[in-house]
Design a protein around this ligand. Structure first.
Ligand SMILES: [Zn+2]
Length: 403
């Protein structure tokens, strides 16, 4: 048994830190959380982390291990064999874990490489986060991220695609409800499918016992996905050809049904600041400018979702560009607090709320008896200074100290 002592504890939920916790770990799980100042039980190995804050391991509910976080991730992916890709994904997973990301939901695979890695890491949890994977996202022929291999047309085609994913053993189904910025020719706010196809996707996923989440930048797509019974919305920007337009009725529906909106805004520089070395007039510059403008309007939109009571997670979309390496999630809480969220809200968005969004809220995202011993210790007080989340002191995955 391991007894982990630190100066402070954020349990994943509470608005306040608790002083001088002692977290007991047995068999990869949390056995007990003592805050009475008691000595460790006899025979337990004491790990004293000193002046650190212990928090649940972070959960990135939206990342892409197959994308390389360069300025041309799609081009590089096309040039990479599956074996090389698996090795790349392995290294990216390891980097994520070292930053304290102990659970990573991958929402964009090619040829099920992430399922192979999931199996590897299940046998060796100290080598990477717990992976939850969607496999290739379901998309229209030639639609957003078609190159990942998940093309499906029509109601029957969508049903068959979701059944095939479930048979492969994915953890969640991802559907490209609207277009996306990463795919040439795709329009971010335009819906790809119709209501009947989206209903079919949700029905088949739920029949297989899986949640379904929709990549949806567009206001129309968000409305259609909610009406179809989707469990989550990725990005959730409510974009139209005329900017951000939120239909209050749709926002109310999201809140009433508890549909989680995954705000993919974690990045390693302030929102709207261009990447270093970006050449004016380049493809990257054009793409960046478009995103930066939408992000600004998006922040106001996200604050309205918060006011309406829509559950929000902070995630990364890691891999899609240089500002989003695979260990970028710890920057996310700072993005939130600089946008008007409290420190506790920002930490919940990468722990307990993210766990619930990934359907693992019964064993991840909280420091409580029975939960997986996935832990992050950081210097300072991450509740009052979100930058502290990046001051890593220690990382534990399933009870193994990995840093
Ligand atoms: Zn994505």
């Amino acid at each position: 048994m391991l007894a982990i002592r630190s100066a402070r504890l954020f349990d994943g939920v509470a608005d306040q830190l608790r002083p001088r916790p002692l977290v007991l770990v047995d068999g990869g799980r949390i056995a007990d959380v003592d805050v009475t100042g008691a000595d460790p039980p006899e025979g337990a190995e004491l790990v004293d982390l000193g002046d650190a804050t212990l928090l649940p391991g972070l959960i990135d509910s939206h990342a892409h291990l197959v994308l390389d976080a360069s300025s041309d991730p799609v081009g590089h992916l096309a040039d990479t064999s599956d074996e090389a890709l698996l090795a790349d994904c392995r290294a990216r997973a390891r980097a994520a874990l070292a930053a304290g990301i102990t659970t990573l939901r991958d929402l964009g695979d090619r040829r099920f490489v992430t399922l192979r890695l999931r199996q590897e890491l299940a046998a060796h949890p100290e080598r990477g986060p717990q992976l939850l994977v969607s496999g290739p996202p379901v998309t229209t022929p030639g639609g957003h991220c078609w190159f990942l291999g998940g093309e499906a047309a029509g109601v029957e085609g969508v049903r068959a695609a979701v059944r095939a994913l479930a048979a492969r053993g994915v953890d969640v189904v991802k559907v490209m409800v609207s277009g996306g910025n990463l795919t040439p020719g795709s329009v971010m706010w335009r819906s790809q499918y119709g209501p009947a196809q989206l209903r079919a996707a949700a029905e088949e996923a739920h029949r297989a016992g899986l949640a379904v989440t929709g990549h949806a930048h567009g206001a129309q797509g968000i409305a259609e996905a909610v009406a179809a019974g989707f469990d989550g919305i990725e990005h959730g920007g409510f974009l139209t050809a005329d900017g951000v337009v939120q239909d209050p009725a749709v926002v109310d529906q999201l809140a009433a049904r508890g549909v989680v909106v995954s705000v993919t805004a974690a990045q390693n520089r302030p929102l709207g600041q261009p990447p270093p070395g970006m050449e004016p007039g380049s493809d990257l510059a054009r793409r960046f400018e478009q995103i930066a403008k939408l992000l600004k309007a998006g922040v106001a939109g996200v604050l309205r979702l918060r006011a309406a009571g829509v559950p929000l997670t902070m995630s990364s979309d890691a891999g899609i560009g240089p500002q989003k390496p695979h260990d970028v999630l710890p920057w996310g809480p700072r993005v939130m607090t600089s946008s008007g969220f409290s420190g506790a809200e920002a930490l919940r968005a990468v722990t307990s709320v993210a766990a619930d969004a990934c359907q693992v809220g019964d064993r991840k995202g909280r420091i409580a008896p029975g939960y997986d011993a996935d832990l992050l210790a950081v210097a300072g007080d991450p509740l009052t200074d979100a930058n502290a989340v990046r001051e890593v002191v220690a990382v534990f995955r399933a009870g193994h100290r990995v840093r």
